[in-house]
Every structure is written in structure tokens, then in C-alpha cells.
Write a protein that binds this ligand. Structure first.
Ligand code: HEM
Ligand code: PLO
Length: 487
């Protein structure tokens, strides 16, 4: 440890070239696993230099909670990185924007608009259920034919976000949806390619193929977003606010009417509106569809878990009605399964890096202003002191002895982060994952097709922890052959 009088800094890795070579040579370990393994040598809290940046890695819940909750505001900054600056026109969005009045204002605006269009109310339940019904309809056309569920899951989830942002939806094969799929893949593959920690700052100096793909994909996305914005402007009527774009336009117009400079000061420019919608749209699609794919992959490996979910559905919901959001209170095993998926394969295993906005501390260690703080959720969710056999998939961890859902069996569990930078879509995501899974599993049993391998559970690290593609068969459950299906 480096100590200067009473000042004690976290143990430091020798130098960046070490990290660089570790990443290259360390069996190509993804950063969350590498950072987890480095604890053995450097302890739970350690640091390294990345070019001129000082990075601190937190691997335990005590320190993570201090950063996110106790000192949430101090650590609410965000770093700028080359790729996210391209994505967000220099951080004019929410997720990658530094702590500022503009960030605060947009977060509030989006939060209230999402609730206005029904988060937690009947409207959003209807939107999700409509897409769940449509997904089930599509699945029934695949009867017993092995297929990759990814495009249909993505379309269903995209349609929910489309309804909230633009008040539209896509049909199968829609050209605009296809182009969205392709630009989004381009962004996911290249933005923060080796994690948002910007492991390879040299990207900046040597523009390469990935940066071209990113720029082209972002250009396509921005064209689409701009088109939506112009359509909304043309049809705008302040009396009927139908979606997020309307809500942002209304806020902008009302500010411009009151004081022509205010909308610029607070960051309600066209750029800000486009980037904010881009964030919600991107986060809304990539995260939720990833959780659904992980859940299905685990259900393939653990058919007994799928069976238990179905038995619970049969007893508590039956076959005479659709699953409803209010069933979350009684479908404990399904809720526990979702919680366990978010533990074992967190969508965002390193969160988004935080930045110390002033000199501060974590535990007994001094943290200088501008330090980047990476919270390693993977270490927290796989901590052997907190979880029995953490690599085992076991929904029962989230149930008490009466089979009721335990909100959080350990403090070492924060799939959505916590504090003032907590995920903005947590409530929405939980509703979607619950409704889609309950609708699908009420009707279908998902199986590994004959001759196909089990899905890989390894994961592919990037801006989200992705599942590798796999095939399933969706078999209509026997009981439905004798019942008039109400989809
Ligand atoms: C941020 C997880 C779904 C919008 C985050 C963070 C995590 C997370 C870990 C970073 C927190 C931090 O840096 O401390 C998840 C998971 C999801 C999910 C596990 C699905 C199960 C969504 C959805 C939306 C959304 C559906 C949009 C509707 C956002 C936004 C931020 C964020 C805007 C940035 C917040 C900020 O920096 O102020 N999410 N998310 N997320 N999420 Fe989610
Ligand atoms: C996903 C690809 C989109 O085209 C753009 C986009 C916007 C917001 C990002 C999201 C991507 C990935 C997941 C992120 C989200 C903001 C918050 C969320 C990083 C890059 C998480 C899980 O932290």
C-alpha cells in the first residue's frame, strides 16, 4: 500500500501495460471476470492507471453501497469515452452524461413521461400484453420447428418501447425494423467493445474499422430518430401527449414560449431530445431482450425449473385467463427465477463507470477527484461468502421456507445498480420480463431441438452481457389442444 501520512490509497496494479497484456493473454478473459480474479492478488478494492485516468475497481457490496448509496451524489459523475461520445453527440443523453442540471432534468422528464404513459398502470400492462399475445401467436406458427427466438423476442420488446417512445409498432418483416436491427447490432458490437471502462484508449489514436462501423450505425440510428421527431413535430398538439417524444417536445415548446434562452440553458435542444430518446430506445431494447434470452437459455439447461414455473402458473392462473401484472404477487417461483437470472448473468456486470466529483474516500481509502469507479457486480453476485455455490443456477435462493419471494437474500445483489444513477427502466423491465415469460410459459414448453447443443451459458461481454445465439422448439402444451385458446 502507498501511504502518505494518514492518506491511504487503494492497492495499485503495477501499470497499464500489465492490464493490457492480461486482457490479451489472460485466456481472453472478459473484464468482469478478470477484475474478479485480480482480487486474489490485490484485494477487494484496487486501482490501476489507464493512460492518464485513475481507475478504482470495487468488488464487494460494502464498498459498492458506499459508492452508490451513501456517497451516491459524490460518485454520480460519468467518464467521457471515445465511443460513447460518438453514440451520444458528446454525452447529450442520460446514461453517459456527467452529473449536471441537464442530466437531472432529462432523467426527471423521462421518468414522469414513462409513468404518465402507464408505467405501473393499466396502459403499460395492455401494451405489453398485446405484444405478448402477438409473440405467442408467432410461436404457434413455428410449432415444433427449431428456430432462433431472438428476432421475435427483439421485435416484441422493441414494440413495447416503440409504443412508449413513438406510439407505433412494427409488423413482421417491416423494412424500418430490419434496418433498426442492423444498426443496433453495429452499435452493440462496437460501442465500448471491450467494456465501457475504455480498456483500449488507443482507439482514439488509431481510428479503425470498428469506429467506422460505429459511426455508420449511429448515422442510421440518428436518421431514424430525426424522422420520428419531425413526424411528431408536424402532428404535435399540446393537448394530446401520446408518447415520450411528444412529452419532450411539449417541455421544449413550453420553455421556448416562456423564455427563449431557457430551453438551451437547461439542455432541451434537438440534439438532447434525440439522444435521450436514443438512450431509452436502446436501453429499452437491448437489456430486456437480453434478460429474456438468458432466462430461456437457463430453462433449456434446467427443464425442472421450467416445469415448476408452469405448475405454479397452472395452479394460480389456470387456463381460463391471461397472466396479469397483479400475479407478480402470487407467482413467487417465476419471480424468483427472474431474480436468479439477473444474479447469475447480470446484464451490465460492471454497471456504467462512475466518476468521483470531488476528493473523497471508500472505506478507509482515499479516492481523488476524477477517479473512475467501476463497480464489479459480477464479483458481488458471485461472492462465495454471500451465496452458496454461486455458479449454480438455483431460484430457491430467492424463496423463503414457505415458498414466498424473498426480496433480497443478500446485500450483495444490485442488478439495476442503486442510488441516484439507478436504472431508469427498472420498473418497466421487470413488468416486461414477467409478462412475456408468464404468457409464453402458460402456453408453450421450450425445449432444445433434437440434435442441437444446449445453449452456451458463457456469455459474450460488451456493452451488455450477451447470450450466444441458440435454437429452441416451442411446443404448445398438451392442455391447450383441448381448450379454446384465448390468444
Ligand atoms: C442504467 C440495468 C433495463 C434505462 C442502468 C444501469 C444498470 C441497468 C446496471 C447502470 C447503473 C449505474 O451505472 O450505476 C438494467 C437491467 C435492465 C435494464 C438489468 C433489464 C432487466 C432498462 C430499460 C430502460 C433502461 C428497459 C429504459 C426504458 C436505463 C437508463 C440508465 C440505465 C436511461 C442510465 C441512468 C443514469 O445514468 O442516470 N440500467 N437496465 N434500463 N438504464 Fe437500465
Ligand atoms: C444499446 C444499443 C443502442 O443502439 C444504443 C444504446 C443506448 C443506451 C445503452 C444501450 C445501447 C446498451 C445498454 C445501456 C444503455 C444505457 C443503459 C444501459 C448501456 C448502447 C445499461 C445496461 O447500463
Amino acid at each position: 500500500l502507498r501511504s502518505h501520512g494518514t492518506v491511504k490509497y487503494p492497492k495499485s496494479l503495477p501499470s497499464l501495460p500489465v492490464i493490457g497484456s492480461l486482457l490479451h493473454l489472460g485466456n481472453h478473459l472478459p473484464p468482469h471476470i478478470l477484475f474478479c480474479n485480480l482480487q486474489k492478488k490485490y484485494g477487494k478494492l484496487y486501482s490501476f492507471k489507464m493512460g492518464s485516468h485513475y481507475v478504482v475497481v470495487v468488488n464487494n457490496y460494502e464498498d459498492a453501497r458506499e459508492v452508490l448509496l451513501k456517497k451516491g451524489k459524490t460518485f454520480a459523475g460519468r467518464p467521457r469515452t471515445v465511443t460513447t461520445d460518438i453514440l451520444t453527440r458528446d454525452a447529450k443523453d442520460i446514461a453517459f452524461a456527467d452529473y449536471s442540471p441537464t442530466w437531472k432534468f432529462h432523467r426527471k422528464l423521462v421518468h414522469s413521461s414513462l409513468s404518465m404513459f402507464g408505467e405501473g398502470t393499466v396502459a403499460i400492462e395492455q401494451i405489453i400484453s398485446r405484444e405478448a399475445a402477438s409473440l405467442c401467436q408467432t410461436l404457434s406458427t413455428f410449432q415444433a420447428i427449431p428456430f432462433n427466438m431472438e428476432p421475435e423476442i427483439t421485435r416484441a420488446i422493441t414494440n413495447v418501447v416503440c409504443a412508449l417512445c413513438f406510439n407505433t409498432r412494427y409488423r413482421r418483416g417491416d423494412a424500418e425494423f430490419q434496418s433498426m436491427l442492423s444498426y443496433s447490432k453495429g452499435i452493440v458490437d462496437t460501442v465500448a467493445k471491450d467494456s465501457l471502462v475504455d480498456i483500449f484508449p488507443w482507439l482514439q489514436i488509431f481510428p479503425n474499422k470498428d469506429l467506422d462501423i460505429l459511426r455508420n450505425s449511429v448515422r442510421c440510428r440518428d436518421q431514424l430518430l430525426l424522422k420520428k421527431l419531425k413526424e411528431h413535430e408536424a402532428a404535435f398538439c399540446s393537448e394530446t401527449v401520446n408518447d415520450l417524444v411528444d412529452a419532450l417536445l411539449k417541455a421544449k415548446l413550453s420553455m421556448e414560449n416562456n423564455n427563449s434562452n431557457l430551453s438551451h440553458d437547461v439542455g432541451l435542444t434537438e440534439d438532447h431530445i434525440l439522444m435521450t430518446v436514443g438512450d431509452i430506445f436502446g436501453a429499452g431494447v437491448e437489456t430486456t431482450s437480453t434478460v429474456l434470452k438468458w432466462t430461456i437459455a437457463y430453462l433449456m439447461h434446467y427443464p425442472e425449473v421450467q416445469k415448476k414455473i408452469q405448475e405454479e402458473l397452472d395452479v394460480k392462473v389456470g387456463f381460463g385467463r391471461y397472466p396479469l401484472l397483479s400475479d407478480r404477487k402470487i407467482l413467487h417461483y417465476l419471480e424468483a427465477t427472474i431474480a436468479e437470472v439477473l444474479r447469475i448473468r447480470p446484464v451490465s456486470p460492471l454497471l456504467i463507470p462512475h466518476v468521483a466529483m470531488k476528493d473523497t474516500s471508500i472505506g478507509e481509502y482515499t479516492i481523488p477527484k476524477e477517479a473512475r469507479v467501476v463497480i464489479n457486480l459480477w464479483s458481488m453476485h458471485h461472492d462465495e461468502k454471500e451465496w452458496v455455490h454461486p455458479e449454480n443456477f438455483n431460484p430457491d435462493r430467492f424463496l423463503d421456507e414457505n415458498g414466498h419471494r424473498v426480496y433480497s437474500p443478500s446485500q450483495s445483489y444490485l442488478p439495476f445498480g442503486a442510488g441516484i444513477r439507478v436504472c431508469l427502466g427498472e420498473a418497466l423491465a421487470k413488468m416486461e420480463v414477467f409478462l412475456f415469460l408468464s404468457w409464453v410459459l402458460q402456453r408453450f414448453t421450450l425445449e432444445v431441438p433434437e440434435g442441437e447443443p444446449l445453449p452456451s451459458l458463457e456469455g459474450k461481454f460488451g456493452v451488455v452481457l450477451q447470450v450466444k445465439p441458440f435454437k429452441v422448439t416451442a411446443k404448445l402444451r398438451d392442455v391447450w389442444n383441448n381448450i379454446d385458446i384465448a390468444t
